[in-house]
Design a protein around this ligand. Structure first.
Ligand code: KIV
Ligand code: ZN
Length: 523
């Protein structure tokens, strides 16, 4: 008998999150995220939308081959070839789910689908029963469910369950619902749909009015037992409900929410940082749970209170989300072994080459920087992770800058084992560096969309973490670079982005289904 208070955490960072502009990830990055999500205890990982592109299909397939504990879900429209693609992509997963959806609101049926309600109802039953040929675990979603008329929603939900859906998801697709309305929808379904007890009800909320977490918890309060959410709340427009906020709200307030879930909350900070580092999406400093200020106490009165008794101003401990207090870790005399055990403590496992590179860079950093903090090591390791197979690697940089004379960059790269040099002038040293890289690796159609620098720690000797975003023919990639020298960090970030661009060119094939963006996965 399953525990009636157990909440299923369904993470859609790799699907709803990844499809939002600027959050795209390549296959290795998705795999890395999926492995961490699995380790954190997520119950369902929505790995992608397999019909959308060759890259999406391959990522879902690779995740399915790798993930051992979580159920892997593939999204699909109510169309046979979508469902077949999902079924094929998840077929290697030990636990598989097909997630099929169709719009049910009057607005979406009339303008987006141009289908009558009766035709939509038929598609619900047909798509779910077709999906059941491949797996017993089928989720059906009523896109724009929160704006769907009650009578029609009841008919669709009943038809989906009769056809074999085991989870029924009612998304607040456009983030329009208020907590009371959203909860009322679930209460209404539980009263009116005769077979409702044969499926698990699920919430899926977007954050357009800043209510995604509140709405999700309101749905749970009236019987929903699955929450769909994303790390850092990434997702279309204002994003989805943030996993870390939901899980910590339940953990902090068991008095009003006596629910259980399987998440190891101590992995939250690492998950959040890894995602930010992969996507270049920096979390706002005052973001709940994972923002840089979430556990900072600035005012004297607060600091005094916390010192006397932490609970005066802290409703949860930094340790509960895996935040270690900034501590001095190591210096220039620390050896390989100490560095390796520090990485183990922080939960990082690097391949042989990446470890060597990270260790050498740590030594360089310890020479330049008096105090090396946990944050420095995390930034450095994130900079190496997943880059073992890059074809273009940074070797050295010489810059002429300042107020007198032109700004000139001379750069040396390793391109597939061959050393290449270029020298370029530019409007400032960063422009000169990027131009020199372009001379070695031409990518004339690409445009720089974003160049952003932030300091990893305080102090003038802090490492710089640079993010760049470039776009080529509608495809965007984000690169990251870290170094005590901001210009070296800029070169590393740009090279990282160029590597990803080349990888993306090779992997992205035209979508197998002709679908416009609005149809891709709903708003
Ligand atoms: O927001 C939404 O409606 C969705 C569905 C495809 C589940 O993401
Ligand atoms: Zn969504």
């Amino acid at each position: 008998m399953p525990d009636p208070n157990r909440i299923i955490i369904f993470d859609t960072t790799l699907r709803d999150g990844e499809q939002s502009p600027g959050c795209s990830m390549n296959l290795e990055e998705k795999l890395r995220m999926a492995q961490l999500l699995d380790e954190m205890g997520v119950d369902v990982i929505e790995a992608g939308f397999p019909i959308a592109s060759k890259g999406d299909f391959e990522a879902v397939e690779a995740i399915s081959r790798t993930i051992k504990n979580a159920t892997v879900a593939g999204l699909c429209r109510a169309i046979k070839k979508d469902i077949e693609a999902s079924a094929q992509a998840i077929s290697a997963a030990p636990h598989q789910r097909i997630h099929t959806f169709i719009s049910t609101s009057p607005l979406h049926m009339k303008y987006k689908l141009q289908m009558s309600p009766e035709a939509v109802l038929d598609a619900v039953a047909e798509s779910v029963s077709f999906a059941r040929n491949f797996t017993d675990d089928v989720e059906w979603s009523a896109e724009d469910g929160s704006r769907t008329e009650d009578d029609f929603l009841c008919r669709c939900v009943e038809a989906a369950i009769s056809a074999g859906a085991t989870t029924i998801n009612i998304p607040d697709t456009v983030g329009y619902a208020m907590p009371d309305d959203y909860a009322a929808k679930f209460t209404m379904l539980r009263h009116r749909v005769p077979n409702i007890d044969h499926a698990i009800l699920s919430v899926h909320c977007h954050n357009d009015l800043g209510l995604a977490v509140a709405n999700s918890l309101a749905g749970v309060a009236v019987g929903a037992r699955q929450i769909e959410c994303t790390i850092n709340g990434i997702g279309e427009r204002a994003g989805n409900a943030a996993l870390e906020e939901i899980v910590m709200a339940m953990r902090t307030r068991p008095d009003t929410m006596p629910y259980k879930n399987n998440i190891n909350t101590q992995m939250i900070t690492k998950m959040s940082r890894t995602l930010s580092s992969i996507t270049g999406f920096v979390v706002q400093p005052n973001k709940a749970i994972v923002g840089a200020n979430a556990f900072a106490h600035e005012s004297g009165i607060h600091q005094d209170g916390v010192l006397k008794h932490a609970q005066t101003y802290e409703i949860m401990t930094p340790e509960s989300v895996g935040l270690t207090r900034s501590n001095l870790v190591m210096g220039k005399h620390s050896g390989r072994h100490a560095f390796k055990s520090k990485l183990d403590d922080m939960g990082y496992t690097l391949g042989e080459n990446a470890f060597e590179d990270a260790f050498n860079r740590f030594k360089d950093l310890a020479d330049k920087k008096k105090n090396v903090f946990d944050e420095d090591i995390i930034a450095l390791v994130e900079d190496e992770t997943g880059r073992d197979n890059e074809n273009i690697r940074f070797v050295s940089l010489v810059i002429q800058a300042g107020t007198k004379g032109p700004q000139i960059a001379s750069i040396e790269l390793d391109v597939e084992g061959e050393r290449k040099f270029a020298m370029s002038e530019g409007n400032g040293p960063v422009d000169a560096i990027f131009k020199a890289i372009r001379m070695i690796i031409p990518h004339d159609d690409a445009v720089l969309l974003l160049y952003q620098v932030h300091a990893v720690t305080g102090g003038t000797d802090a490492q710089a973490e640079v993010s760049v975003k470039i776009e080529e023919n509608g495809k965007t990639v984000v690169g990251q670079g870290t170094d005590a020298d901001t210009l070296v960090a800029s070169a590393r970030a740009y090279i990282h982005a160029v590597n990803k661009l080349i990888d993306k060119r090779e992997r992205t094939a035209p979508p197998e289904a002709v679908m416009n963006k609005s149809e891709r996965a709903g708003p």
